[in-house]
Design a protein around this ligand. Sequence first.
Ligand code: ZLM
Ligand code: CA
Ligand code: ZN
Length: 396
Amino acid sequence: ELGITAPKGYDVSFHYNVQMEKHHFGQTHPMKPWRLVLTKGLVTSYGMHHAMKNYTTRAATYDELVSFHSQDYVNFLGSVAPQPTPLDVDNPNPDLRFNLGGSDCPLFEGLYDYCSQSGGASLDAARKLCAKQSDIAVAWGGGLHHAKRSEASGFCYINDIVIAILQLLRVHKRVLYIDIDVHHGDGVEEAFFSSDRVMTVSFHKYDPHTFFPGTGALEDNGPKSEHNPGAHHAINVPLNDGITDEQYQWLFERVISQCVQKFQPEAIALQCGADSLAGDRLGKFNLLVQGHSSCVDFCKKLGIPMILFGGGGYTPRNVARAWAYETAVAIGQEEKMASTVYIPDHAPYRQRFEYDGHLLPSIEQILGEPRQNRNPQKKLLEIVQHVTEQLRFVAA
Ligand code: ZLM
Ligand code: CA
Ligand code: ZN
C-alpha cells in the first residue's frame, strides 16, 4: 500500500458487490464481468479503499427494475431458463422475445442476478448523492446504456443508468448524462427524449452501416415534434477511428463546458465505458488512460455531485487500469498511480513492478495495432459549432 490518505474536500463512495464478478456471458463473448475483479484488486492494492466509503450493494428489487422497464420484460427476464447461444443465427428460438438469447444478449445462468446486482449498485450510488452523503459515487458494475424499456440490446439487459437517473430526479432539478463509451448511449438518450430535465451527451464512433448501434448522428438532438420539451436536449458527438487524447480532451471540454453553462445541471451521471481506450478488442479509438481519465477530472472540477458508471471495455487489464486510475482521480490521489499507468519500456524501475515471473506488458502490447486517425480538426470544429447552435435552444 502506498499510503493513500483521506480525501480533502470530496466525499467519495464505492458501490460494489462481488456477486457481479462471477457471471459469464459465454466462452468467447467479449463482455467479461471478471474485469471488475481486476479493477477492485487494483483499487484495494493501492489502498484507495481507505479514502472512500465502501458499500456492499444489494440487488435491485422488482419494483425498482420496473421504475423504467416494462413488467412484461422484467417478468420474462426473471422466469426464462438459461439457454445455450444458438449457433444458427438465422433460426433463433421462437420462444425468445425482447431480443434475448442471441449472441449479443445470451441467456446465461444467473442472468437475472447479474442484471439486478448491476441495477442495485447504481441505484445505491444515486441514493447516496440524493442524501448528500457522497459527492462522487462510483459504480463500476453499471453503465449498461443500450437496454431499452422492453428490450435487451448490445450486452445490456437492464438500464441501470436510467434507473439511477430517475432516482436523482427526485431531488435534483436537472441531470446531465455524459457517455464516453465508444458506442452511442442510445438507451439513455431514448429514455429521456421527451424530458428537459435530463440532457444526454454521448461521444462515440459513428458509422451507421458498420458500427453498433448505428444511431447518434450529429443532427439527432431529440425529436423536435409537437412541443416536445426534450427537443435539443440530446447532444451527439460522432467520431471516427483513431481519435487521440489531445483531440478528445479538446472536444470534451468545449462541449461539456457549454452544456454545463446552459443547462446548469444539479447532478452529473458519467458513463466511463473503457472501450474508447486504445487497444480495446471492440473499439478503435487511440485514447490512453490519460485522455480517458481527463474527462473524469474535468467533470470532478465542476464541483457538481456525480456518479461514475462503468460500461463497455473488452481488454480486461486496460479496463482495470483505467477504472482504478479514475477512482484515484475521484479521491484526488491520481499521482500515486501515475507512474504505473504506462511505464516506459526501458525505464530502470520497470522491473520493480514485475513479479512472479509476470512481465509487464509493453506499451505496444497495451495499445495494440496503431489506429490511423480519421478525425480531421475541421470535422471537430464543425461538431463544436453544431453543439453551440443546439444549445441556443436550451435554458436552465
Ligand atoms: N453479432 N461471441 C457494446 C455492444 C456491441 C450486432 C454483429 C454477434 C460484438 C460481438 C458475441 C462469442 C457497450 C452488433 C455481431 C457476433 C449481430 C457487437 C458472442 C464477438 C462476439 O465472439 C463473440 C460467440 C459477440 C459479439 C463480437 N457485438 C461486437 N460488437 C455489437 C454490440 C456494449 O460497450 O456499449 C456497453 C456495455 N453488436 O454489432 C451484430 C449486429 C451479432
Ligand atoms: Ca458514448
Ligand atoms: Zn461500448
